[in-house]
Design a protein around this ligand. Structure first.
Ligand SMILES: Cc1cc2nc3c(=O)[nH]c(=O)nc-3n(C[C@H](O)[C@H](O)[C@H](O)COP(=O)(O)OP(=O)(O)OC[C@H]3O[C@@H](n4cnc5c(N)ncnc54)[C@H](O)[C@@H]3O)c2cc1C
Length: 499
């Protein structure tokens, strides 16, 4: 149940079995799975609904960041404080990592390979795809191995894009995508999954409560979370296990803010690894026009992608790439022929589209893992609770630039083969996948959490989210986050049962 009186909930009960900080996909899937198994679970969420997020300057101040670097990174609208986290904004694409992501490849840090394999996640991927109601049907030979088709059939039909790409020898498939239960809804985890948490009767979700630090005792055990309400009241939440699910930027910040006598550099940071290794997926993209076929005459907005080139660039020592193809409704204004620009935009764009089809060809790329790309604490700015805001330092490496260039060349070659005209390159855009800043590994000197997502130096603190990815791969992260959350629920269930 959701309660509006935190003191009544936090002080009237015995310590919870598990306290989860954050209600995005990681926190909601973990919490709901635990609560359904009978585990007494508390979810603490800093934000509330969209109205609070848009109007409350105190909540907005929690999402501010300092930035240094050459990536021109879009931090705005990616650190929102809302029930459901970034599932309020995501596009819903759900692509598994490939088995090769977990093996040693050119971008694997020499001192920190993944401590798990694809086989460790495979059963949890199946369950995650059921939970997220992923559509896309049967996958082709280039996709990660799976025992059957995706839970829901493909929709929409991408046959027109397929016939274009067949001419290039590129085997595309519909982007695997989470499907909301109601038309015109986005797949928000708080609408699609959290109701089952409430139905279980095994816990509470408290919103508008920000965890400002985790409290550790001299035995390195986390025994509480300091919690502040939007009007400045302070509480302490108690539980046997704590899981930080604050998203890829806020989880490392939370560990750093929790410095104490026991953990003078922040929890899990004895080797200065918290926050290091941040990465995302930069995308190259082109809009263009191609001669019509019958199929492209009708304006549509269909998206497809291919896994066909996932390994090929790796064979050359680079990262993975994932090309994306879209049939566009209309061309952007600046791509219209000059003579049409005086006609109102939509009409002009439709006229232009009748002459030739509008398409988008792009590619998301993997980044190298650099310890210098990191989340740290601001030296100058504070949030509304008086804590330093985060500071993201994020630069491209030479390899990142080379891979983007190679992806550009590949796509321009395809556009050339199709006889495309009016080719317009968009600026490099990031996918807003916050990965790698609390990475997983066997060695506490080069990682933050172990293969079970437990923070190395503690017995009862865990982190779950894309911040634990050892490398970034080329795939969208949320279905892997969900699989990790389900695996963690099993692990915590075993620990709780064994006392
Ligand atoms: C525009 C956009 C499009 C995207 N599209 C896709 C896509 O198609 N496919 C895909 O896989 N991914 C996509 N993503 C990324 C996806 O949204 C994230 O991978 C996912 O939301 C991460 O889940 P999470 O639970 O780890 O973190 P989040 O969703 O970031 O949730 C973290 C939660 O923690 C709360 N919180 C933070 N700090 C505290 C604190 N101190 N105390 C209490 N609560 C706190 C926040 O309010 C938030 O609710 C997209 C993201 C954006 C922004």
């Amino acid at each position: 149940m959701t309660s509006s009186d935190p003191r009544a909930v936090l002080e009237a009960t015995e310590p919870y079995d598990v306290c989860i900080v954050g209600s995005g996909p990681a926190g909601t899937i973990l919490g709901t799975t635990l609560a359904k198994q009978g585990v007494r679970t508390l979810i603490l969420e800093s934000g509330r609904g969209l109205a609070t997020w848009l109007t409350n300057s105190r909540v907005q101040s929690l999402a501010r960041y300092d930035f240094t670097g050459d990536t021109d990174y879009p931090l705005k609208r990616t650190t929102s404080r809302l029930l459901g986290g970034n599932s309020n904004f995501w596009t819903g694409r759900c692509e598994r990592f490939h088995p090769s992501d977990f093996e040693t490849h050119p971008y694997t840090p020499a001192d920190n390979p993944w401590p798990i394999r694809y086989a460790d996640l495979e059963p949890y991927y199946d369950t995650a795809e059921q939970l997220l109601r992923v559509r896309g049907g049967k996958r082709n030979e280039y996709s990660p191995p799976r025992s059957g088709p995706l839970p829901l059939p493909p929709n929409p039909d991408i046959s027109v894009l397929r016939s274009l790409c067949d001419r290039l020898g590129v085997d595309i498939e519909e982007s695997a995508t989470a499907t909301p239960t109601k038309t015109f809804r986005m797949f928000n985890v708080h609408k699609e999954i959290l109701p089952a948490f409430h139905d279980s009767g095994n816990g509470h979700v408290l919103t508008g409560l920000t965890v400002t630090r985790l409290l550790a005792d001299a035995d390195r055990k986390v025994n509480g979370a300091e919690v502040k309400s939007l009007d400045g009241e302070t509480y302490v939440a108690r539980a046997r296990y704590f899981v930080v699910c604050c998203g890829g930027l806020e989880s490392p910040r939370m560990l750093l803010l929790s410095a104490s006598e026991t953990f003078p550099n922040g929890i899990g940071n004895a080797h200065d690894m918290v926050g290091r290794g941040f990465n995302d997926h930069p995308n190259v993209g082109f809009m263009a026009q191609v001669p019509h076929s019958w199929g492209t005459l009708a304006p549509t907005n269909k998206v497809a992608r291919t896994h066909q080139f996932y390994e090929t660039f790796r064979e050359e020592g680079l990262g993975a790439i994932v090309p994306v193809f879209r049939q566009a409704w209309v061309l952007p204004n600046h791509l219209l022929p000059f003579r049409l620009r005086n006609i109102p935009y939509n009409t002009a764009s439709m006229i232009s589209r009748l002459a030739k089809a509008a398409i988008y060809f792009g590619a998301g790329t993997e980044m190298t893992i650099s310890k210098e790309n990191r989340v740290t604490l601001s030296q100058t700015r504070k949030d509304s609770f008086g804590n330093p805001v985060g500071h993201l330092i994020f630069n491209y490496s030479d390899e990142d630039r080379l891979l983007l260039e190679r992806a550009r060349t590949l796509i321009l070659g395809w556009l050339d083969k199709l006889g495309a005209t009016r080719i317009h390159e968009s600026p490099v855009a990031f996918s807003r996948h916050h990965q790698g800043a609390c990475r997983m590994g066997q060695d506490p000197r080069s990682s933050v959490v172990d293969r079970d997502l437990r923070v190395h130096e503690t017995p009862n603190l865990y982190v779950c989210g894309s911040e634990v990815f050892s490398t970034g791969g080329g795939m969208t992260p949320t279905v892997t986050i969900s699989a990790l959350a389900l695996r963690l629920a099993d692990h915590l269930g075993v620990r709780l049962r064994s006392g």
